[in-house]
Design a binder for this molecule. Structure first.
Ligand code: PHE
Length: 359
């Protein structure tokens, strides 16, 4: 008979006897149970029970046998087929269950949130900049001084050559508490009153920086806070000139912003310095070419400065004929936003941990 060979060798050797059939089932059972997934099982199934399987081939050959042998072998073949089909069905059910469990596992919602233990904190950016500035000036031979945040009118204004009704007072409005008898105290509007405290101490020469909080009746915006930090500088010695002031500003701005940054002085006005100037640094965002942050001018204003007004020295009993000096003051918060490219100063007081942790 011209027939196609089936996969099993048994099929080509004529009708199988009982041993061959038993061996077939044993081998098949092993292959079925070791099928790793549904696709592998389907392949095994096709080989064992498909059209080209040994079982199918033998069945086709039944017609060549006599009736008794045909009935007997036919019955056996059917039985073996049922056995194999049952084994395959059983394995398939098991594999379907495994696949379903895999899908469920992949889809499982993990409701156990892992919250990392809080790590160590760090000082606020403004505090770190203040400390850095203090270090720079300590390195230049300055001392660090402090003064009260609640001042009398005398220290905050009058001794600084701003008598009552002086128009410059209106630029720094503050919170006053009336003490009666015409006396009032206020939250200091700048750190310049500490100049007066130092001068009153009567110990000369003076090389000091005075950091601290100041208060103004300002509405917060991207570059203003009603409570902010200043760093005041005061030098009083013999023969101090405007050149010393310019050199000092150049030195500390380079130290805090980097060597590429340039400083410049512009004529300005403060009642307690003469001559007075405002000082700018080249824009840290655009490098001085002009951008949105510096309104296209390439420079950003940092603070005020000047030679100490003789009237200020006199108001504290220091002889302006013998002593001269310079003073400067600027916002530490502003240095912080400029050095770190922070667009809105209000971020400093919003207590958003994501911002605070990142700077
Ligand atoms: N106190 C001034 C201000 O707050 C800044 C300043 C300090 C100006 C020292 C001159 C000298 O605007």
């Amino acid at each position: 008979m011209n027939r196609k060979r089936a996969d099993g060798d048994e099929a080509s050797a004529g009708p199988p006897n009982t041993d061959v059939l038993r061996a077939l089932v044993a081998g098949a059972r092993q292959r079925i149970t070791s099928a790793e997934d549904l696709a592998a099982l389907s392949a095994v199934e096709a080989e064992l029970t498909g059209r080209r399987s040994a079982l199918a081939t033998w069945k086709r050959e039944l017609g060549g046998l006599d009736e008794a042998a045909r009935r007997e072998l036919g019955g056996e073949l059917n039985e073996k087929r049922r056995v194999l089909e049952a084994l395959i069905a059983e394995r398939r059910a098991a594999l379907v269950e495994v696949a379903r469990a895999g899908v469920l596992e992949a889809d499982r919602l993990d409701l156990t949130e892992v919250i990392p233990a809080p790590g160590p904190g760090h000082p606020h950016l403004v505090t770190r900049i203040r400390e850095e500035l203090e270090d720079i000036f300590l390195g230049m031979g300055y001392e660090i001084a402090e003064g009260p945040e609640v001042e009398t009118d005398w220290y905050n204004f009058t001794a600084l050559n701003m008598p009552p009704d002086h128009p410059a007072r209106s630029g720094q409005d503050s919170f006053y508490v009336d003490l009666g008898d015409g006396e009032s105290v206020l939250l200091r509007t700048h750190t310049s009153p500490v100049q007066i405290h130092l001068l009153e101490r009567g110990v000369l020469p003076i090389y000091a920086v005075m950091p601290g909080l100041v208060y103004r009746r300002d509405t917060p915006d991207a570059s203003h806070l009603p409570v902010f930090h200043q760093l005041e500088g005061l030098v009083v010695d013999r023969g101090i000139t405007f050149g010393d002031l310019a050199g000092t500003i150049e030195t500390f701005t380079k130290a805090i912003f980097g060597e590429d940054v340039r400083a410049r002085l512009r004529p300005g006005y403060f009642p307690f310095t003469e001559p007075s100037a405002e000082f700018d640094i080249s824009c840290t965002i655009c490098g001085g070419v002009g951008c949105r942050t510096c309104s296209g001018v390439g420079w950003i204003e940092l603070g005020g400065c000047g030679l100490v007004h003789p009237a200020v020295l006199e108001s504290t009993g220091v002889d302006p004929e013998v002593w001269s000096g310079f003073a400067f003051g600027f916002g530490i918060d502003r240095v912080a936003i400029m050095r770190h490219g922070i667009e809105d100063m209000r971020a400093f007081i919003e207590n958003d941990v994501r911002f605070l942790a990142g700077c």
